[in-house]
Write a protein that binds this ligand. Structure first.
Ligand code: KIV
Length: 274
């Protein structure tokens, strides 16, 4: 076997092996430049279908297509070298049958060169997760709040608020783990439930608005940088880049309008003709 590159990326089995170990650091990225920044500090880069909200201004992730995910997944692979890149399977690309999921996932892996896919749903997707995993496609699950189901859920409300509703969410987690997923995202789930699931299943859990006890955490990059107009309540901001970017654009516009914008002479040493 020939080896193309000396740089070794993290793999799905590497992440699977982090159960009860060093916490897994995961952030989203949709393009090459942010992927390069995220790659320095994260174990996993998620090309999330949240790109529908962040890049395209959609209200939900439902309109996102497989082609959109593949385009941005490929860009993130070009921008990163070390992290495992996981690409979301968008709504409509995997639910109809195991075979549909396989063909969509194969396109994602072949056309982006990423290392794994993520899909939403618990027990109802277990057969599909097993079908993909047995055929060489590492799958990250996603349970709790599953935003692609917004039209049947009715709202982006946290799940498992009452203890009486925990059963199906716990069963979802167990089903996904038993089906062979290498890890599972738990989104917007009551803290004690996310903690209980983390203790109960043998694969790493990655929380988003879930519990600090999860085996890792994920956030949408633009949310934690303060660039999103609306963010879920649980998001902690690690930066406030909105005003910084707005001030830079304002300064540029002011320079152009007042003809203070530097000409090429500062680069080429030529005096601009007046
Ligand atoms: O699409 C996304 O960014 C996600 C995360 C919120 C987990 O699925």
């Amino acid at each position: 076997m020939s080896v193309q590159s000396a740089i070794r990326r993290k793999t799905a089995p590497d992440i699977r092996a982090r159960k009860n170990g060093e916490p897994i650091v995961m952030l989203t990225s949709y393009h090459a430049h942010t992927a390069a920044l995220v790659d320095r500090h994260c174990d996993v880069i998620l090309v999330g279908d949240s790109l529908g909200n962040v890049m395209h201004g959609f209200e939900t992730t439902v309109p996102v297509t497989l082609d959109m995910m593949i385009l941005q997944g490929h860009a993130v692979m070009r921008g990163s070298q070390h992290a495992l890149v996981v690409v979301d399977m968008p709504f409509g690309s995997y639910e109809a049958s195991k075979e549909q999921a396989f063909h969509s996932a194969v396109r994602i892996l072949k056309e982006t060169h990423c290392g794994a896919v993520k899909l939403e749903g618990g027990a109802r997707m277990a057969d599909t997760v097993a079908f993909l995993s047995e055929r060489g496609i590492p799958v990250m699950g996603h349970i709790g709040l599953t935003p692609q189901s917004i039209n049947t859920l009715g709202s982006f409300r946290a799940q498992g608020r009452e203890e009486g509703s925990w059963g199906p969410i716990e069963s979802d987690a167990r089903a996904i783990a038993q089906a062979g997923a290498f890890s599972v995202v738990i989104e917007a789930v009551a803290e004690p439930l996310a903690r209980k699931i983390t203790e109960a299943i043998e694969i790493p859990t990655i929380g988003i608005g879930a519990s600090a006890a999860c085996d890792g955490q994920v956030l949408v990059l633009e949310d934690m940088l303060g660039l999103s107009p609306r963010t879920p309540k649980f998001v902690r901001r690690y930066g406030d880049l909105g005003p910084v970017i707005a001030a830079a654009i304002e300064g540029y516009a002011r320079d152009v309008r007042s003809r203070a914008f530097p000409g090429p002479e500062h680069v080429y040493g030529m005096k601009a003709k007046s």
